[in-house]
Design a protein around this ligand. Structure first.
Ligand code: CUA
Length: 324
């Protein structure tokens, strides 16, 4: 059935088909019961209408009937629950080796930073056939990253990273919307996701000649003086950051936290919030001194240290980025 009136946006990601199938199931179930109930109301209204010769009969409960109308809806809702949960878990769990992009939402635009250092506003270039993870932060209010063709929507918050990921399947240009009312020009906070064949994407990535994000972060790391305390040996006054990313960290108060993006960000902006066991709260805050883009670069740098056992990993990441 090919109508010239698309009810759904294109299916352009790996989860789009799954989301649509579940949605179609919900629509069919709802339609079926709506029609059934409407038909029964009509039928009973006519069949049991008031006539002079008929007397009302009282019915005092029916265990069988009650079991039936409990078990059937329970079964249907459990199908919806399990099906929905499976898709939700799949969509919420970040893939293991994604292409990592950073996004910053602000009134009223989307800014993106690629691992190769390319920066974009209101446009995001990605390749087909690869998991892309977008780690996002807002500079001001709550925004929401919404790409209908990928069937993903993720709130973008000030002060905390949130993540959206997708695996684009079809080259093309797709709408990007802000799906959270964020002020006067909320409706203008739109853009596009350009999905390219891997070869075209590589050409596009190679064209910028920019400095890889992790290298930008590495430079900032020494410019801001972080490097004087966070040394790559055990002699520093601050914790050694090599191999830190995604590992558990024991804190002074006995808690253990995982060194994810939000931990790194918080430790830069509010260093005293979580003191690492064995260290003193001597680090100054960088709140208000560095932009969200610079923070993303610093986080990308520390992450690159986590992936390689040597401090020059930023460069390795740089050369690795444009490979297929
Ligand atoms: Cu940003 Cu609506």
């Amino acid at each position: 059935m090919q109508l010239n009136f698309p009810i759904f946006p294109e299916q352009a990601s790996s989860v789009a088909g799954q989301v649509d199938a579940l949605y179609l199931f919900l629509v069919l179930i709802t339609t079926f019961f709506s029609l059934l109930i409407a038909a029964l109301i009509l039928f009973f209204a006519i069949k049991y209408r008031r006539t002079p010769e008929r007397q009302a009969e009282q019915i005092h409960g029916s265990t069988l009937l009650e079991i039936v109308w409990t078990v059937i809806p329970l079964g249907i809702s459990m199908v919806i629950f399990v099906w929905g949960a499976v898709i939700y878990y799949h969509m919420e769990r970040s893939p293991s080796h994604p292409l990592e992009v950073y996004g910053v939402g602000k009134q009223w635009m989307w800014k993106f930073q690629h691992p190769g250092g390319q920066r974009e506003i209101n446009t995001l270039h990605v390749p087909t056939g690869r998991d892309v993870k977008v780690t996002m932060i807002s500079q001001d209010v709550i925004h929401s990253f919404f790409v209908p063709a990928f069937r993903i929507k993720q709130d973008v918050l000030p002060g905390r990273y949130t993540v959206a990921w997708f695996h684009a399947t079809k080259p093309g240009t797709y709408h990007l919307f802000c799906a959270e009312y964020c002020g006067t020009q909320h409706s203008g906070m739109i853009g596009s996701v350009v999905v390219m064949e891997p070869r075209d994407y590589e050409a596009w990535m190679g064209g910028g000649g920019s400095q890889p994000l992790a290298v930008t972060g590495e430079k900032l790391f020494s410019e801001l003086g972080c490097v004087t305390c966070h040394r790559a040996d055990t002699q520093g006054r601050g914790p050694n950051l090599v191999g830190l990313y995604s590992k558990p960290v024991l804190l002074e108060d006995g808690r253990t936290v995982v060194a994810d993006e939000n931990y790194l960000r918080e430790s830069i902006l509010q260093p005293t919030a979580k003191i690492v066991n064995g260290f003193k709260p001597i680090m100054p805050t960088f709140q208000g001194q560095i932009s969200d883009e610079q923070l993303n670069a610093l986080v990308a740098y520390v992450k690159s240290l986590g992936q390689q056992p040597n401090p020059s990993a930023g460069r390795n990441m740089a050369t690795a980025a444009p490979q297929p």
